[in-house]
Design a binder for this molecule. Structure first.
Ligand code: TYD
Length: 193
């Protein structure tokens, strides 16, 4: 089973996914930007303000994703793992969409990779999210309340349109993780049926 956990910066994805991985058998956790060469280019250059046009970001995130899927996700799924990725296509739709890239363009360049069986949105108020990010360090590209408000609106609109579960992530990580585990278990049961 292939699962994507999504949400704005500061929504607690990393912590929640670590908790979820402890509660379920045979989980493989991964993330985007990936640890591969295009992921590194994103982290070292694009996310440090290197790109002058959000279409370039969209293309790099999509390229990283295709490479990440083939190199890491697909093999782990074949080995029978539940693969949980922190961020996937919906991150590109929400972030590069908020930066002005048309959604049809983002969908097209991401149509090379399969959709996850399940996409879960961790939802938190952007003001609270920025408070959390500041508490652990300095703010990076995209980590601005006004921008994150637009990102959140796109996530929520996509969740309504696509039927993605939205979890209130303003609560302690343990409670959020419990809800996520319950959703995954239900989805696994319906996949087996
Ligand atoms: P993030 O998950 O915050 O990585 P880290 O915790 O290592 O800093 O991801 C980095 C940023 O990249 C984050 O602000 C969201 C952004 N991003 C996009 O804009 N589009 C995408 O497709 C992905 C995967 C991430």
């Amino acid at each position: 089973m292939f699962i994507a956990v999504e949400g704005i910066d500061g929504s607690g994805k990393t912590t929640v996914i670590a908790e979820v991985a402890k509660a379920l058998p045979r989980v493989y956790v991964t993330r985007e930007p990936s640890g591969g060469p295009i992921g590194r280019l994103l982290k070292e250059w694009a996310l440090r303000g290197g790109t002058a046009d959000p279409h370039v970001d969209a293309l790099l995130f999509a390229a990283d994703r295709v490479e990440h899927y083939k190199r890491e996700i697909e093999p782990k799924l074949r080995e029978g793992y539940i693969v949980i990725t922190e961020r996937y296509v919906e991150s590109s739709i929400a972030y590069q969409g908020a930066a002005g890239v048309p959604i049809e363009y983002i969908l097209y360049i991401n149509s090379v990779v399969p959709r996850p069986h399940l996409t879960i949105i961790l939802d938190v108020d952007p003001a609270e999210a920025v408070k959390r990010i500041k508490a652990r360090g300095s703010l990076e590209k995209f980590e601005d309340v006004e921008f994150l408000r637009r990102v959140r609106e796109i996530y929520l609109a996509r969740a309504r349109a696509e039927g993605y579960p939205v979890i209130d992530a303003g609560r302690p990580a343990g409670e959020v993780a419990k809800d996520v585990v319950a959703i995954i278990e239900r989805a696994m049961a319906s996949l087996r049926r």
